[in-house]
Structures are given as C-alpha cells and as structure tokens.
Ligand binder design. Structure first.
Ligand SMILES: *Cc1c(COP(=O)(O)O)cnc(C)c1O
Length: 225
C-alpha cells in the first residue's frame, strides 16, 4: 500500500517537473489513474489521498466497483477508456462522465437516441473524445486517421455530441512521439481543447507533445495480473 502512494507521488513529481519547465502547460490537465483490474480497497487508498480522476475499460467491472466507491467518496471524475459496444452505451453514460472511445457513427447515433429519451442523463453534460487509430492498425479500435476530420465535424455539428478532444493508443511497436504529434496537430486543426494520450511508458513524452489527459495505470497501481 505504501508502494502505491510512492508510485503515485513519483508520477505526480514527474508531471510537476515537466510543468515547471513548460510555459504552455495546460491549466486543466488531468492525470487519469487507470484502476482497471484493481479492487475497491486499493482504489480507496488513492481516493483518501484526494485523487478523484479515474479510468476504467470494462463496463461491468466498473459498475460493480464504482457504485460502492461513489457512495463513500464525492466528486469522482470517471473516464471510460475501453472499446464501447452500442448495447452498453446507456450503462456507460450512467457510470461515466467522460468517454474516450467514440469511433463510429452507430455509436454516436445510439448515444443521441439515449439522450433523446432521457433528459436526466443528458443533463449530466458528458464529455466525449473521438478515438483515432493513428497507426491505421487492422485490429485496433478508433476511426481511421484520414476519416477523423469529417467524423468529428459530423459528430459535433450535425449530431451535437459534446466532442472535446481526440484520443489515441499508438502501435506498441512504434515510437509514440510520432503519433502524439500527429494527434495533437489534428486536434488543433479541429480546434478541440483536449488530447487524451500517453500511458505508463510514454506519458511524459505525451505531455511534452501537448497531452491534456494522460491515462496512467501500472506506474501507479503496479503490474496488472
Ligand atoms: C490499460 C490502459 C491504460 C493504462 O495502461 P498502463 O500502461 O498500465 O499505464 C491506458 N489507456 C488505455 C486505453 C488502457 O486500456
């Protein structure tokens, strides 16, 4: 447990160092602590430390853990970072206030249908990131790079989805920096305020490339089983 707080403080320290050397460090920067596979006891330690921003990648797992944790801790900022099936969209909107994996028309339409008949859910003002497959990898989620501009504009202006930024997971075999720069450029071109990029192995690079949201799991919680 002590290790957890050491890990957490060391990630915060690394981020602070970059911040101190960067005049353009984003004011609303978020460290998303990716707590997938870890249980309520461990997550509680970080909540007790005052951290409030967390990420999960599975709806079922998140529902169980976070319905309990939300009773004990207030102002939790919960981000969904995994692939989202349309039939789980409603659950996702109930549990999470931010979704990082918007990547196809069917999903956007489904979310709008849900909002259309649920004012209460709609009034929570969810934030959405469009996930971009920057490496155009066959098996990976995310919209193709070349289709991104059109898809974001359609989602944002024709479907009125609250798209706030772009997200990517670079190919594991390549240097992430190339992908981070590519995503940030596209995000600027679309005048979106946020970019969700960077994980345990490359969050510092991502911040230097302009990430506003980094998703860090194992550097904080340790290895997942
Ligand atoms: C698991 C996961 C992370 C965190 O990964 P670490 O390498 O443990 O930091 C970040 N983003 C997504 C989409 C993930 O699924």
């Amino acid at each position: 447990m002590e290790k957890l707080l050491d890990n957490y403080n060391s990630v915060l320290g690394n981020i602070r160092k970059i911040k101190n050397n960067s005049p353009s460090f984003p004011e609303d920067f978020k460290l998303i602590a990716v707590s997938k596979t870890f249980g309520e006891n461990i997550i509680s330690k970080l909540l007790e430390e005052g951290h409030r921003v967390f990420g999960e990648n599975k709806i079922q797992e998140a529902e169980n853990k976070w319905s309990n944790l939300k009773k004990k801790f207030k102002n939790i900022d919960l981000h969904f970072i995994g692939p989202l099936q349309s039939n789980k969209a409603k659950k996702a909107l109930e549990i999470f206030n931010c979704i990082h994996s918007i990547d196809r028309e069917k999903l956007v339409k489904k979310i709008n249908d849900i909002f259309g008949c649920n004012e209460e859910l709609k009034s929570k003002n969810h934030k959405f990131f469009v996930q971009v497959n920057t490496g155009d990898e066959e098996q990976k989620s995310g919209i193709r790079f070349k289709d991104t501009i059109e898809f974001v504009k359609w989602s944002k202006y024709e479907q009125n989805l609250n798209v706030v930024g772009l997200m990517c997971i670079p190919p594991i075999t390549q240097d992430s920096t190339f992908h981070f720069i590519k995503l940030k450029k596209l995000s600027d071109e679309l005048e979106l305020p946020y970019t969700s990029m960077g994980m345990t192995n490359d969050y510092e690079q991502a911040i230097k490339c302009g990430a506003t949201h980094v998703r860090v799991g194992s550097a904080i919680f340790g290895k997942r089983r």
